[in-house]
Design a protein around this ligand. Structure first.
Ligand SMILES: *Cc1c(COP(=O)(O)O)cnc(C)c1O
Length: 457
């Protein structure tokens, strides 16, 4: 059961735990929004797994081999080869990070009034579709909305719902289908190989383009290996490559699976999409051979892509470290989303704080309380993140009201995570002392990043 990491530590970065008083001050100054805390005031940073990975010595060595030519950098060709080898996608457009790729794909594929159907939205993915006049539609399986359902593939698209949706709207009203690997907003939950295959064949029947958000496709591939017996002896790199057979295009935030601190890309088999996004990239990101990244960034990324599939124990250790952390909380009765996700443990704020109604932002209040109690930084993934309907201005009221404790890759030891778990278990015993919040500043776009709150009690 115990699996030591497939790496050892070569360099360390000091961190400091402020006193409870100082943490209270810091949280107040940050408007009870963990995004507004200074990182120097955070002891264990579980805000996100985005861009927070530790790079390997091999990646750092690649940094020194950056070819900082404006055009045709050799690192771009290394990256192209890595994406082709690992993802099987021949045509690459680099971008500064994932949302750059989302922007380009939305601009090319979405016409005003058209729909994008997806297992479940991601914040930036939906914003870019809406910015180009599109309408988002979630068609995930019902189990995904139930934080206590043990269904092994809660990231699956409900093919019945999807099929009905296509019938109802007609194929021309659908800009593209999107399937997100290890679906973030559902709790880091995978889709099955059968599901992506079925979605692809349905899409092809109707001539609809399929885009995979492959940001966490590696972790999804690991879950397919352990949850689908047909793949139990298949190397993860082969599973990953097979998943890619059932989509036309992928968009990737390389700040996650790909083990770099910045970067992203889109890659496709579709010549028309390739040409059109490559035309747009020069307006919005940079020349088509760097797309917003430096040569050294592209080299570290090319190496990260190869490294993540070079040994199955990388993905296995990564996901099992997250699981181990989640099990500490679960065993102590703290309500979490099950099955435990690939990149994060999600607290179910509705059950953690049943006395706080959703319009008093229970998950947001819980992130603030966790920081004050433990020095651990987490993120709200509930009503604040869901934002407002752009037409009616009403708040979206998601079923899931979650706090995400996201584990950076290769950064924290199991001792750090045990410390975080103990603090949260202690807080759970005093949960009745936590009060709801009221929002005192609300930005119009992606409000969760910069909103400010005050406690109600
Ligand atoms: C992070 C993320 C994005 C956006 O990527 P950035 O690199 O943050 O711009 C898109 N999709 C998913 C699933 C993500 O997790």
């Amino acid at each position: 059961m115990f699996l030591p990491p497939p790496w050892k530590i070569k360099m360390v970065e000091p961190i400091r735990l402020l006193s409870e008083d100082e943490r209270g001050q810091a949280m107040k100054a940050a408007g009870f929004n963990t995004f507004l805390l200074d990182s120097k005031d955070v002891y264990i940073d579980l805000l996100t797994d985005s861009g927070t990975s530790a790079m390997s010595d091999y990646q750092w060595a690649g940094i020194m081999l950056g070819d900082e030519a404006y055009a045709g950098s050799r690192n771009f060709y290394n990256l192209t080869e890595a994406v082709k080898d690992v993802y099987g996608m021949p045509l690459l457009v680099p971008t500064h990070q994932g949302r750059g790729a989302e922007h380009l794909v939305s601009r090319v594929l979405v016409k005003p009034g058209q729909y994008v159907a997806s297992n479940m939205y991601f914040t930036t993915s939906r914003v870019h579709v809406e910015e180009t006049g599109g309408i988002w539609k979630d068609v995930i399986v019902e189990e995904a909305h139930d934080p206590q359902s043990e269904f092994p593939f809660k990231g699956n698209i409900d093919t019945e719902k999807l099929s009905r949706f296509i019938q109802e709207k007609g194929k021309d009203a659908i800009a593209f289908l999107r399937i997100e690997a290890n679906c973030n907003m559902a709790g880091g939950q995978p889709f099955s190989m059968e599901n992506v295959k079925a979605v692809f064949s349905l899409a092809k029947e109707h001539g609809i383009h399929v885009v995979m958000d492959a940001t966490r496709a590696l972790e999804n591939a690991y879950f397919i290996k352990i949850r689908d017996s047909a793949f139990k002896n298949t190397p993860i790199r082969d599973i990953l490559k097979e998943m890619m057979k059932y989509v036309d295009t992928i968009i990737v935030s390389s700040k996650k699976d790909n083990l770099v601190n910045i970067g992203g890309f889109l890659a496709t088999r579709d010549n028309r999409l390739f040409e059109e996004t490559r035309n747009l990239v020069v307006t919005y990101e940079g020349l088509h051979t760097y797309g917003g990244m430096s040569g050294r960034d592209m080299e570290a990324l090319a190496r990260g892509i190869r490294e993540m599939v070079s040994d199955d124990r990388h993905a296995e250790h990564r996901v099992r470290q997250v699981e181990r952390f989640g099990m500490l909380l679960h065993a102590a009765g703290v309500p979490i989303v099950v099955p435990i996700g690939g990149h994060a443990v999600y607290l179910d704020a509705k059950r953690f704080l049943p006395h706080i109604p959703q319009n008093q932002y229970p998950a947001q209040a819980l992130t603030a309380a966790i920081y004050e109690k433990t020095g651990v930084r987490s993120m709200e993934r509930g009503i604040v993140s869901a934002g407002r309907d752009p037409k009616t201005g009403e708040e979206h009221k998601p079923n899931l009201e979650l706090v995400r404790l996201t584990i950076p890759r290769r950064v924290y030891t199991d001792d750090h995570l045990a410390f975080a778990a103990n603090g949260i278990i202690e807080l759970f015993k005093k949960k009745d002392d936590i009060a709801g919040l009221r929002m005192v500043y609300e930005p119009t776009q992606l409000r969760f990043f910069q909103a400010r709150f005050e406690p109600l009690a």
